[in-house]
Structure formats: C-alpha cells, structure tokens
Design a protein around this ligand. Structure first.
Ligand code: 6PG
Length: 489
C-alpha cells in the first residue's frame, strides 16, 4: 500500500480468478482494496505477487479486513455460491456496523439473496446481491454488473460498481451497471442472463451441427461463415468466440473442437431459469430446451449405444438450396429474437409478481457490454422498451415484427431440412413452434379442455358465453348434454 494510513475503499473476500481480477480492476480505477481469503496463503501470494506495489492490502483475518475499511464499510464476497456465502455473512455481521454494506457478487440463487437481504437488513446493515458477468477477462477489464438488494446501499456502492463495469454507447461512457431492484432482483436478472446464455449457445451449436453434419462444411469454412456473421446482425461475443474456437489447432495441428467430448456441463442457473418459467407459467420454451439439450448430451454412453440401434436419416442434407447459409443465418437470428422475447416476458412476470418495477431498457443496456450475451442486437431491444416500456412481448414491436417476417422463409426452410435429415434442433424448433403458437388465435386447447372435463369434470369456458362462466358436459352420456350447472369464478 503506497499510503499506510489510508483506509481501504472496499474489502473483497475470495481470491479465485474472478475475485482477483475484480480487485485488479477496482485498483486500476483508483480504489484501494483490502483482500481476504479463507486459505491465507492466497492472500500472501497475491499481495506479494500480482498485487505487489499496488493499492491492495492483505488481511489475515476478517477482523483485520473490516478494521482496514473506511466507513460505511463495503465488503464484497466473491466466494462459491451456497453455504460459503452464508458462513461469511454470519461471521461478518458482528464485526460490521449499522449502515455498512455486504455485497455478494457470485451466482447465487435469487431466493437465497432474498433471504440474506432480510437477514442483513434485520441486523441494521445493507445487502447487495449482484450478478457479475463476463468471465475472467470481463472481471478484469469491465464486466456487466447487475446489482439489487437494499436500495439505500445503491448510492454507497454505485461509484465503485459503475467504475469497474464495462462501458458502452457512442462515447463509451454508459456503464453496464444500473440499479436493478430490491431484494433478489439483481441475481434474478443475472439468472435470466444465464438462461439466455444457454439459449444463445444451444442455437449456435444447432447451426454448427447443421453445417458440420448436414452440409459437410469444414472447420475453416464454418470459421469463415461465423466471422462473416459477426459483422452483421448476429455480431456478438458468443459468435465471435465460436469463430475463434473453430480455427483453434493444437501443437499437432488438430482442430481442438474435434477433440472435445460432446458432453455439456451445467452449474444450475439455466435450470433455475426454466424452473422460474414453469413456476410463473411463462412459455420459455427455447431456454428450457437448451437446458435439456445439455442433459441429453450428458447421456453420452446411452447415445452411443442408441446410435447403433435406432434408425433414421443420416443427418446429410440431400439437396441444400444455394442460399442455405443465408437461411441458417436467418433461422439463428429469428430464433434468437424469440429467445429474448421469451426471456423478457419472464422478467415482466417476475417484476409484477415480486413487485420489482424492472426497467427492461436498462437491463438490455446492462447486457450490451462486458457480459457473455453481449451483442449489437441488445441496442434494438433497448430501443423497443424505451419506445414502449409496457410492451407485452418483443415480437409486438414493429422492428422485431419486421425482422422475424424477413427471416421467416429461411427459418422454416432450415427446420424442414433439419427434420428431414434427422438433425436435432430442439431450441430452434421450440422457437418456431412458440412463434406459430403465439400468432395462432385458435389453438387446440379446446379439445384439451374437453378432455379434462371428460375425465375429471374440470369444467371449461365456452366461446359463445362470457369469460369466467364454467360449464361441465356429461361427455359420452345421454345426448352428451351440457350440465345446467355453471360455475363462475
Ligand atoms: C457469466 C457466466 C458465468 C457462468 C458460466 C458457467 O455471465 O460470466 O454466465 O456466470 O457461471 O457461464 O455456467 P454453466 O456452467 O452453467 O454453463
């Protein structure tokens, strides 16, 4: 520490790569940071190594860490989500004073954040649960930061969180960090970000399999195609890294992507997003399929056996049209629009249910830079919500309506060819089915309601009667008479 008497602006606990990089980022913005880690050697190694000569101070106990901080004290946890967060909160509360702030910057599940927020506020302190996205590099150079929790703490933490966040806009001065909402809102928005991340990744993988198996394209050809796409409407971090992955060779000249086992991992944020959608009855079909596609991929042994037994087309697209790559591009783009439409619909449902008053334009801009789903396309989403903050679905915005209309032929061609060739496209198919369902004024749910009423007398509403009146029919009974009893709810 250059000035031994100067107190630190913030304390950070958890010196894994994300934590270390966030500390370096904070220090580079002029903040003095105290650091602590459960395994004390990490503190010594960090302050004597990477942090040497910088305004970074090692603490060897929580008491020491808290004692090094300016008031109101800010302590940020960058530890594994789950029990370690609870353990540190319990240990910190008696050491800190009223008005101090604890920040959890891990991928915590939002109900845990809600619970901890109440616990910390009851002790007279403030709590921030914040999403931090962008991986190791983002943490160092500027992540997207999605803070929620105690509104009173926002003015205290805003300068530092906005300083370390990515910046976007024509003058590169709009921070990808804005207040999200009370309680678990910040971690909720990060959870939706991750669900969308799952969807984007799965869509790209489906296109990759279509190109590789269906069209027999080489890694170099696919690299060139993704490079080209990254210059247009699909311009995004995930397309960019896909481009780079396809070109990566090992020391022996093998393409690394061909050596990677096709078995996807997951830590749970996508699953939580799907569970929330089911909880609120929001048709988040694309992301849920993306989560389940990872589950299917993990059945590697079973799939290998099934591949020897189950019959079907060989995944070669027989006669691809000359413009098949344009069709694939449009299929990917239209599906992505549907994914975000579904994700924002879930955010809207949550905002109403949990009384968060989320600002969807701000959320789009927070995701515009620094995070894993950053893309040019988020500007258009922001514009849509600025034009109409109450927009019920992104597809009802004229720009997105027109974009999907223009992509539609290629989208349908791609999926028809994939189905004929036996190429799995769970998320892309889910997107188109959702689109066709959403624009369908008359779905077959009339038959479904009749079935429910038949076997369980669950009653149904009628097209020729006011909504809210419920009827029961004695199905298959004498003359199939409708019961005289109506139920108004
Ligand atoms: C981010 C990422 C990150 C997430 C990884 C792994 O925004 O930086 O979302 O938070 O942990 O992407 O997630 P899975 O292991 O579930 O794929």
């Amino acid at each position: 520490m250059s000035n031994q008497n100067r107190k630190s602006d913030i304390g950070l606990i958890g010196l894994a790569v994300m934590g270390e990089n966030l500390v370096m980022n904070m220090e580079s913005k002029g903040y003095t940071v105290s650091v602590f880690n459960r395994s004390i050697e990490k503190v010594t190694n960090f302050v004597n190594g990477r942090a040497k000569g910088l305004n970074i101070v090692g603490a060897y106990s929580l008491e020491e860490l808290v004692g090094q901080l300016k008031s109101p004290r800010i302590v940020m946890l960058m530890v594994r989500a789950g029990q370690p967060v609870d353990d540190f909160i319990t240990a910190l509360l008696p050491l800190m004073d009223k008005g101090d702030v604890i920040i959890d910057g891990g991928n915590s599940h939002f109900p845990d954040t809600e619970r901890r927020w109440k616990q910390v506020e009851e002790a007279g302190l403030y709590y921030i649960g914040t999403g931090v996205s962008g991986g190791e590099e983002g943490a160092l150079l500027g992540p997207a930061v999605m803070p929620g929790g105690s509104p009173e703490a926002w003015p205290i933490v805003k300068p530092i969180l906005q300083a370390i966040s990515a910046k976007v806009g024509p003058n590169n001065d709009i921070p990808c960090c804005q207040w999200v909402g009370r309680g678990g809102a910040g971690h909720y928005v990060k959870m939706i970000h991750n669900g969308i991340e799952y969807g984007d990744m799965q869509l790209i993988c489906e296109v990759y399999q279509f190109m590789r198996d269906g069209l027999g394209m080489s890694n170099d050809q696919m690299h060139d195609t993704f490079a080209h796409w990254n210059e247009g409407k699909l311009d995004s971090y995930l397309i960019e890294i896909t481009r780079d992955i396809l070109a990566q060779k090992d020391e022996e000249g093998n393409y690394v992507v061909d050596l990677v086992l096709d078995r996807a991992g997951q830590k749970g944020t996508g699953k939580w997003t799907g569970m929330e959608a089911l909880e609120h009855g929001i048709p988040l079909t694309l992301i849920i399929e993306a989560v389940l596609a990872r589950s299917l991929s993990s059945l590697k042994g079973e799939r290998v056996e099934a591949s020897k037994y189950l019959v079907g087309p060989n995944r070669k697209v027989a006669d691809p049209p000359a413009d098949i790559l344009d069709a694939l591009h449009n299929a990917l783009y239209a599906s992505k629009i549907v994914s975000y439409a579904q994700g924002f619909a879930l955010l809207r449902a949550a905002s109403e249910e949990y009384d968060w008053d989320l600002n969807y334009g701000n959320i789009a801009m927070m995701w515009r830079g620094g995070c894993i789903i950053r893309s040019a396309f988020l500007d258009d989403i922001k514009d849509a919500f600025v034009a109409d903050p109450a927009l019920p679905n992104l597809l009802l915005n004229k720009y997105f309506h027109d974009e999907v209309a223009a992509c539609q032929d290629g989208w349908r061609t791609t999926l028809a060819l994939a189905i004929q060739a036996g190429i799995p496209t769970p998320s892309m198919s889910a997107a188109l089915s959702w689109y066709d369902g959403y624009r369908c004024a008359s779905l077959p749910a009339n038959l479904l309601q009749a079935q429910r009423d038949y076997f369980g007398a669950h009653t149904y509403e009628r097209v020729d009667k006011p909504r809210g009146e419920y009827f029961h029919t004695n199905w298959g009974g004498q003359g199939g008479q409708t019961s005289a009893t109506t139920y108004t709810v």
